[in-house]
Write a protein that binds this ligand. Structure first.
Ligand code: GDP
Length: 425
């Protein structure tokens, strides 16, 4: 059985948020497919197995059955673990949405390239604002008649009050949409006309038709990043071109810093494609790793003492700290029974040990611990700070409650539900 001590810098806990029908499910499926193809974890983790699983799930009309699904994506030959936390899109589940937002570090917001920013896009955006969740955007459905990438970018600015960073320019429109110009590498990513799932894209020179627009938008991108980042501003004022790595790092800093603060303007990198036609999702995965925070980008989480809500207790995302974890979802698994999804914030949690539910004041025994993948579950011995897993055996714990080291009790979330969200229609 695997004892996983993850390199936290290579972990991304993300949510995918969207107005209904924008393509959240399709985008998530494609993410699981591409990550399944690229990553082989022993036994049955190949693309075909993932697709079989998806076909079965689709027949039953469900896609993501797990509250948190773990997948892997290599960037620059380095493996990254991405935990996708299911954020219910429906406005009726506001408390549940907010609870899932609490445990993730970053999010991908999916927009319909025809409809642009829709009422629920606004709702989830405001919720992410309130929880200080850094975001990247994916303008989907660019293959559809009437799709307009730049109109959607304008709506992100006007309706959501964000500062969009245009990271790509589409090549071709509607049925002829075939690829994107990448404004960091200044290369064109082109998918073949009849892209099948799993097919990679070619990286080629920017077509002549797009060189002028690419130069213009690259200029705008550098200016916008410089406005928000001192290091880039210095280069900009000296008239120096940043290297790719400098630009990646600056966009990451800006995205995280502006997303974290609950005031001020959220700066958000914007990508595009069509999940359904399999174009644009691999670069989006690169962007998740490049620009969204790791658990280490959160300095510490604040909780409070069990008997004194005023006494602040700080826990760092480190295995040297006492264990603390938050239960964010209870699910009934058809094979395993009751599963409690938790995020571990500090320390290490080991199967078979006793922990304290500090909210209820009760001891609980941790049964088996599972990492849930798209097409299988993986039993692990223990789980460390920053990670998200499902545990069996918890009898009394409900969502929002803290599990902790019995000799170092802490409560991570107050029992008060967040204030109701005002729907901005
Ligand atoms: P969700 O409600 O946000 O999860 O949206 P879905 O992923 O279920 O997609 C809603 C509908 O839009 C489905 O019929 C999808 O097949 C379709 N769809 C999703 N992505 C695209 C796309 O890129 N292009 C087109 N034309 N249709 C898409």
């Amino acid at each position: 059985m695997a004892t996983t001590s993850l390199d936290l810098a290579k972990v991304r806990n993300i949510g995918i948020m969207a107005h209904i029908d924008a393509g959240k499910t399709t985008t998530t499926e494609r993410i699981l497919y591409y990550t399944g193809v690229s990553y082989k974890i022993g036994e049955v983790h190949d693309g075909a197995a993932t697709m079989d699983w998806m076909a079965q799930e689709q027949e039953r009309g469900i896609t993501i059955t797990s509250a948190a699904t773990t997948c892997h994506w290599p960037l620059n030959d380095t493996d990254h673990t991405i935990n996708i936390i299911d954020t219910p899109g429906h406005v009726d589940f506001t408390v549940e949405v907010e609870r899932s937002l609490r445990v993730l570090d970053g999010a991908v917001t999916v927009f319909d390239g025809v409809a642009g920013v829709e009422p629920q896009s606004e709702t989830v955006w405001r919720q992410a604002d309130r929880y200080g969740v850094p975001r990247i955007c994916f303008v989907n459905k660019l293959d559809r008649t009437g799709a307009e990438f730049h109109r959607c970018v304008d709506m992100i600015e006007d309706r959501l009050g964000a500062q969009p960073l245009v990271m790509q320019l589409p090549i071709g429109t509607e049925m002829d949409f075939k690829g994107v110009v990448d404004l960091v590498t200044m290369k064109a990513f082109v998918w073949s006309a009849d892209t099948k799932l799993g097919e990679a894209y070619d990286i080629v020179d920017i077509p002549d038709t797009h060189t002028e627009a690419a130069a213009e938008y690259r200029g705008k991108l550098l200016e916008a990043v410089a406005e928000n980042d001192e290091e880039m501003m210095e280069l900009y004022l000296e008239g120096q071109e940043p290297t790719e790595d400098q630009l990646y790092a600056a966009i990451r800093r800006v995205t995280i810093a502006s997303g974290r603060t609950t005031e001020g303007t959220t700066v958000t990198p914007v990508f595009c494609g069509t999940a359904f036609k399999n174009k644009g999702v691999q670069p989006l995965l690169d962007a998740v790793v490049r620009y969204l925070p790791s658990p280490l980008d959160v300095d510490a989480i604040e909780g409070h003492a069990v008997n004194d809500p005023e006494q602040v207790i700080v826990r760092k995302p480190s295995e040297d700290e006492p264990m603390s974890a938050l239960a964010f979802k209870i699910a009934a698994d058809p094979h395993l029974g009751k599963l409690t999804f938790i995020r571990v914030y500090s320390g290490r949690l080991t199967a078979g040990t006793q922990v304290q539910n500090s909210v209820k004041g009760k001891k609980e025994r941790i049964g088996k611990i599972y990492r849930m993948h798209a097409n299988k579950r993986e039993e692990i011995e223990s789980v460390g700070a920053g990670d998200i897993v499902a545990v069996m055996g918890l009898k009394q714990t409900t969502t929002g409650e803290t599990l902790c080291d019995p000799s170092n009790p802490v409560i991570l979330e107050s029992m008060d539900f967040p204030a109701p969200v005002i729907q901005v229609a």
